[in-house]
Design a binder for this molecule. Structure first.
Ligand SMILES: *Cc1c(COP(=O)(O)O)cnc(C)c1O
Length: 240
């Protein structure tokens, strides 16, 4: 393990925390309302040990296979794993085994597969429902107008603890369309609160990545998912 790397990660972490606090201050929010989820996809296991030494204990991964491998290699550390990307039904067992949180729930078939596997493992899972607020065909997530009906089905899955919603904005840095995706998620959450079943909590809004997290915070994000702002740029040719 390299202590210089640990130092650098801690410095990025402090810097990001300061930017979170500044964004909160602009809109009169308390910094403690925003959770920073470090996204460790493509970051090597050894660097995650350095990140742990810098104080990071929670990691988000978008590919379940990569998350599973890292969770096994780092099983000696008290870490928790959040799956933030699309999950195929046939991989539900891996998520049920290692994840504390799943942020990309977007089908009842997947909810049923997770429920079955979680029952076998004797575990529960915090879940966020992914919403496609940009309307782009390339993005996963439910259409905003189908989320209310989807929510009504979720109490049937007792191992899934529904916490809120997640979205990805359009990738058009600096445009109003980015902000519109985030405000759409907040407005949808506020509307759903009136109709959601009592066991479905809608407190969390996971939105904002390295390029747009300050805007997301201004629009109400309670979780920001940050990879490159903490770990540096990802190789362009590698998986994203
Ligand atoms: C990769 C990823 C992030 C983090 O992106 P950065 O630009 O590295 O901050 C956030 N959310 C999801 C779903 C991702 O796949």
């Amino acid at each position: 393990m390299n202590s210089t790397n640990t130092f650098l990660i801690r410095r990025s972490f402090d810097d990001v925390r300061r930017r979170i606090a500044e964004a909160c201050a602009r809109v009169g929010r308390a910094p403690g309302e925003v959770r920073l989820l470090p996204v460790s996809k493509t970051v090597a296991t050894e660097r995650l040990r350095e990140a742990f030494a810098a104080g990071l204990t929670e990691f988000g991964e978008n590919k379940i296979q990569e998350a599973h491998t890292k969770a096994e290699q780092l099983a000696d550390l008290p870490l928790s794993w959040s799956i933030i990307g699309h999950l195929q039904t046939n991989k539900a067992k891996y998520a049920a085994r290692i994840a504390r949180e799943f942020q990309a729930l977007d089908s009842l078939r997947l909810a049923a597969a997770l429920e079955r596997r979680l029952q076998i493992e004797g575990r529960g899972l915090d879940v966020l429902v992914q919403v496609n607020t940009s309307g782009e065909a390339s993005k996963f997530g439910l259409a905003p107008d189908s989320v209310a009906a989807f929510m009504r089905e979720l109490p049937a899955f007792s191992a899934l603890r529904v916490r809120g919603l997640m979205t990805l904005a359009v990738f058009e840095p600096g445009t109003l369309r980015v902000r519109a995706c985030f405000s759409a998620l907040r407005i949808l959450r506020d509307q759903l609160r009136d109709t959601a079943p009592p066991t479905v909590a809608l407190d969390e809004l996971s939105m904002g990545m390295s390029g747009d997290f300050e805007i997301a915070i201004e629009e109400g994000a309670t979780v920001v998912r940050l990879g490159q702002a903490l770990f540096g740029p990802r190789p362009l040719s590698g998986p994203v």
